[in-house]
Design a protein around this ligand. Sequence first.
Ligand SMILES: *[C@@H]1O[C@H](CO)[C@@H](O)[C@H](O)[C@H]1NC(C)=O
Ligand SMILES: *[C@@H]1O[C@H](CO)[C@@H](O)[C@H](O)[C@H]1NC(C)=O
Ligand SMILES: *[C@@H]1O[C@H](CO)[C@@H](O)[C@H](O)[C@H]1NC(C)=O
Ligand SMILES: *[C@@H]1O[C@H](CO)[C@@H](O)[C@H](O)[C@H]1NC(C)=O
Ligand SMILES: *[C@@H]1O[C@H](CO)[C@@H](O)[C@H](O)[C@H]1NC(C)=O
Ligand SMILES: *[C@@H]1O[C@H](CO)[C@@H](O)[C@H](O)[C@H]1NC(C)=O
Length: 827
Amino acid sequence: MGLTSSQGYNFSAPVCSWQGVFCDGEEENVIGLVASGLGLSGLIPDTTIGKLTKLQCLDLSNNKITSLPSDFWSLGSLKILNLSDNQISDNLPSNIDNFSLLETLDLSCNNFSGIIPETMSSLVSLQVLKLDRNGFESSIPAGITNCHSLVSIDLSSNRLNGTLPNGFDAAFPKLKSLNLAGNEISGRALDFSGMTSTTYLNVSGNLFQGPVIGVFQDPLEVIDLSQNQFQGHISQVHFNSSVNWSHLVYLDLSENQLSGEIFQNLNEAQNLKHLNLAYNRFSEQEFPEIRVLSGLEYLNLSKTNLIGPIPTEISILSRLRTLDLSNNHLNHQIPLLSIKNLLILDVSLNNLSGDIPLSLLEKIPWMERFNFSYNNLTLCASDFSPETLQFAFIGSLNSCPIAANPELFNRKAPKHRGLKLALALTLSMVCLLVGLMFLAFGWRQKNRMWAVKQNSYKEEQIISGPFSFQTDSTTWVADVKLATSVPVVIFEKPLLNFTFADLLSATSHFDRGTLLAEGRFGPVYRGFLPGGIHVAVKVLVHGSTMTDQEAARELEYLGRIKHPNLVPLTGYCLAGEQRIAIYDYMENGNLQNLLHDLPLAVHTTEDWSKETWEEDDNNGIQNVGSEGLLTTWTFRHKVALGAARALAFLHHGCSPPIIHRDVKASSVYLDSNLEPRLSDFGLAKIFGNSLEDEIARGSPGYVPPEFLQPATGSPRTPTPKSDVYGFGVVLFELITGKKPIEDDYPEEKEANLVSWVRGFVRKNQGSRAIDPKIHGTGSETQMEEALKIAYLCTADLPSKRPSMHQIVNGVGFSLRADACLWMVNAI
Ligand SMILES: *[C@@H]1O[C@H](CO)[C@@H](O)[C@H](O)[C@H]1NC(C)=O
Ligand SMILES: *[C@@H]1O[C@H](CO)[C@@H](O)[C@H](O)[C@H]1NC(C)=O
Ligand SMILES: *[C@@H]1O[C@H](CO)[C@@H](O)[C@H](O)[C@H]1NC(C)=O
Ligand SMILES: *[C@@H]1O[C@H](CO)[C@@H](O)[C@H](O)[C@H]1NC(C)=O
Ligand SMILES: *[C@@H]1O[C@H](CO)[C@@H](O)[C@H](O)[C@H]1NC(C)=O
Ligand SMILES: *[C@@H]1O[C@H](CO)[C@@H](O)[C@H](O)[C@H]1NC(C)=O
């Protein structure tokens, strides 16, 4: 079995014509090959890539390649090699020394095994070495200390053992980042004093022993020594004494056997944000001084032998998000904490007593996790759910001396009409949470540019979920914990750091007032992202069997498909189980609205100055005017052509062809220039198989006959011809002005539009089916011709239906290849 690709990648074609292939000018030598994320699978055969002896850059990352060809290691011109994220289970051969020009070697996330060959020593130009997440074993070769140009080394998550080669720490004068985490590397008395440029050091999860004797150098920002067997007094862990600790941002020494008293030498780490000293063997000590560490966001002193009270000065830590003081001997009351940013609090297994401060109790509904178990705390609130009491207050429940106010958690909970929540939170006070978020966002609806003016607001806001999506029929929940931590990808504006929180405010928290439609994939909302980007936000609620990574890849792929008659996918957001597709907003609604729901109604100009964001019940068509563009055949013909060209492009301009699977009037939109644009292409794939059947069947009135008789063969497999059928129905709608089902079909008892019109055409009386409104508004011959085309499209036998290519030509347009912008992201 050779290399195959779902993208039709063809290794037998002339190489310089391949996508992602870069040749040098005159001699036509391939010098670059970028085929990342193309679905390449299997083994690469010999004499394919191996023949490209001038290759300097090879990126095959993010595929499903299982093995490299034997002639691969002769590609002596390579400077950049990226094979990350594949399934390659080869060994690294010792003739890797042919790659002496190599600057970047990324083999991460594969199944490589065996040793890292000693001949690595020949890679003297190597700057980036990423071998993480493989099965490399045995010890790190001494030869690596010859690679003096290394800037970044990541060997984490392998099975490397033994000790580090002699002189390792001083071998790489330019080394910025070293990650050896998750191996079985041992060694006593680790010394880091030779690492003079290193800013990131991670040896977490190894078997290092003995004291940390070395002197940490000044530039270090991140130190992770957790989960080893480091021993000795913590005061031995110190920095170059001539400098301070001001660069240090992250320090994790947890799960070692360090002794002594903490913090003596931490007091200069003014920029520290993350400090974890948990699970060590410190001597019994009082809570350390924290005044200088006011920037801390994460503090974990679990099981560090703390005694006495928690000092009141802990309230200085106003950025704190996580505080873990569990498993100590702390007593007295819980002092006031700065709760603004607090999301995780664990004080379990201490000897704390008294009431939990009210401000903290009120914060609890916003928090991700909290644990007060095994203390002597008094809990004066009756509104915790039994589960909460059971798991977060184990052994902590003293009865309340004075009857507490049970309204505590209810009083701020405004009930919003129709707000339904199906919640996974263990707390019953979730109304309060959602209610407050409503207040926080509701007032902004009146000002569509609020986010532009309120930039600073975004940074401070912490909005935690789960979040609900309302539809008319039901409520869906996105399991997003922290809205500001879930990014929204906007393809053309990668520098705008939007998050799920922006989607929340853009849609007034997915309020029904912004609901545009309930598609078969889920609800669609309208919103303005900061900067006035007008979007339609489609929530694909049915979940999917795809992993987040696969879904993201698929959505990125769909984002590259551009055609003047397609509604562009602007971006996306992976919000827990839900995938959210973001489209350009189509100002003028869809054919369903225009033909059937709101006849005679369309408008072109909007007066935004009077925009009120009133709930509009018109499915998103605002300020409905009286001008009726769809009353002329000329315009309806233009719409038909646009839809046909879009489908022809998907079927014939894309490789492999994209089958739309849901062609119907409500998938055809009109943009602000009244150009027709087809929407929703390619979404069915994001759904995986659970809904496959339902999706494949199509919408009522648009289902081709072969799907209704699943008797033989492979029924219900969507094909381009099933799209053609849907297009035929839309064309009938444009000609007759009637809905596909449940309309009045005069003089016939027929149950649907297709059989009604086809009856007329068969009797050569097609003109009787034409919408009276459009008589005389365009060429009658053209109308008759369109009727015939729709007749052919709706043929019972798929093989009798024309292809979209023939249709586009048949109605007088040729597929303009130049309109098909097939954009592939090069490097
Ligand atoms: C290799 O490719 C992956 C995925 O395309 C990318 O994330 C990674 O940064 C690349 N590695 C290097 C060292 O550039
Ligand atoms: C290191 O791993 C190799 C292969 O897994 C094994 O043969 C060797 O004994 C190990 N060495 C040490 C010091 O554990
Ligand atoms: C250290 O590396 C491990 C494994 O890659 C990772 O889980 C951990 O988050 C890293 N620590 C830091 C501080 O980046
Ligand atoms: C604190 O550190 C310990 C030991 O590493 C870890 O098990 C625990 O989950 C940490 N607590 C929090 C809240 O992160
Ligand atoms: C808990 O604290 C109380 C006083 O607050 C003290 O009497 C008791 O001995 C402490 N218990 C433990 C196990 O330390
Ligand atoms: C709280 O801590 C106790 C003691 O460690 C543990 O048994 C319990 O599961 C924890 N509860 C939660 C909700 O984390």
